[in-house]
Design a binder for this molecule. Structure first.
Ligand code: COA
Length: 376
């Protein structure tokens, strides 16, 4: 007895579930566009503020729109005392993505718009989340290291302020710009797993916080955002170019995935990896070390052996590490940036909503009679 439709591509591969105006991906040629603008153009020429504006509102801002929007984001950075106090009480050894999922969910309780699902209130909540996630992260990071928290600096842009709050020092121009570009590159990516879970949650007419909480939990996994931290772990284990072949061949022999490689949509190199590869190369030439060389040689070897190409997480790992960012902040930084994509997609879902509710093909036992407990 099977009353369900027959099509069930595993993992919903290549299934189109909705129209979107936000991001398009051409997996065959390796192109990614936000609202029609190519990602490499945005990474080269825009700031994260401009790009997140573009995702939210559909067009690049004029300079007065950009000023107004940036000021709106910057002025929404401050956290209520209750949230700061929970951050200070959090177990210091908590996984940072678990922290983030919990604190975002908790912070909803102090949002005056929590249960207002109008477009206007949902936009307000989106801006607050975008502004506050880096503050939450840096407060937690400093607290777990027994350091005083550094309040946000009103006059610093998104990336610079984040680095400033993490370290307590004014970042140099290069570090700010590199982080800014990383944020642009990670901001949105169509119906990836975390965005899809955000849209599913919003489609029930839940709320923006619940949707972003779902998304954070989904991003954590190593097949998604968690891959960047797994990559730096791998780079540290390999340590030297001479160890690459044995390490990778052993992974293949054990049928283990090489983190930061492969992609559901791209059949060629992920265009974000191309930009990040150049950034990694530049950073190594300025700062020294071997993380770019190591990454590049791994890329060549995996390509030669299996023809699998790097994705966004592969070179992001060496870039973040050269910025002196702790390994377990890599995926949370991805979340800071992706909050702009999640919220844009949540708003798009809300603006033309229908409950997302697919079906499964039942392959269990045929209908059968109940057997009494004493006869089993
Ligand atoms: N290392 C080794 N082999 C890989 C691989 C990787 N990183 N990615 C894909 N493959 C191989 C699979 O083993 C499989 O081979 P098979 O057909 O011989 O069994 C084939 O390529 C297809 O892989 P599959 O896992 O079915 O593809 P998917 O579309 O379901 O998965 C990812 C896509 C991203 C989950 C997958 O490539 C992966 O796990 N990558 C590593 C994690 C990662 O970097 N995630 C971040 C994504 S941006």
């Amino acid at each position: 007895m099977n009353t369900t439709p027959n099509s069930n591509p595993k993992g919903l591969a290549d299934v189109v579930v909705s129209d979107t105006h936000i991001t398009s991906i051409d997996g065959l040629t390796g192109k990614l566009y936000y609202r029609g603008y190519e990602i490499s153009d945005l990474a080269k020429n825009s700031s994260f503020e401009e790009t997140s504006y573009l995702l939210f509102y559909g067009e690049l801002p004029s300079s007065s729109q950009l000023n107004q929007y940036s000021n709106l984001v910057y002025s929404n950075r401050s956290l209520s005392e209750n949230i700061v106090s929970l951050i200070k009480d959090f177990p210091k050894d908590a996984n940072v993505m678990d922290f983030l999922r919990t604190i975002v969910s908790y912070s909803s309780l102090y949002d005056p718009d929590l249960n207002d699902n109008s477009m206007e209130a949902s936009m307000n909540k989106s801006i607050r989340l975008l502004a506050q996630i880096p503050v939450m992260l840096s407060y937690f990071h400093r607290t777990r290291n027994n350091l005083e928290i550094i309040p946000p600096a009103e006059d610093l842009d998104y990336a610079s302020n984040f680095l400033y709050m993490l370290t307590g020092n004014m970042p140099d121009k290069l570090s700010s710009r590199v982080l800014d570009q990383c944020l642009i590159l990670h901001a949105d990516h169509g119906f990836n797993a975390s965005t899809f879970s955000a849209r599913v949650t919003m489609s029930t007419l839940s709320d923006v916080y619940s949707a972003v909480t779902s998304a954070i939990g989904t991003l954590k996994g190593t097949l998604h955002g968690g891959a960047n931290e797994a990559v730096i772990k791998m780079l540290r284990e390999i340590k030297d170019v001479e160890n690459i072949n044995n390490y990778i061949l052993a992974k293949f022999a054990q049928k283990e995935k090489i983190m930061g490689f492969g992609h559901r949509v791209y059949k060629t190199i992920d265009p974000r990896a191309t930009v990040l590869r150049e950034m990694s190369k530049d950073l190594q030439s300025k700062l020294g070390g071997n993380l770019f060389d190591l990454s590049y040689d791994i890329e060549q070897f995996v390509l030669k052996e299996k023809n699998i190409k790097p994705n966004v997480d592969f070179y992001a790992a060496s870039v973040y590490s050269m910025l002196n960012i702790d390994d377990d902040l890599f995926t949370p930084i991805f979340a800071c940036s992706r909050a702009s994509g999640w919220c844009s997609q949540i708003l798009e879902q809300l603006s033309d909503n229908r409950l997302i509710r697919p079906r499964a093909k039942y392959i269990g036992p045929e209908p059968r009679s109940f057997i009494d407990l004493n006869q089993r």
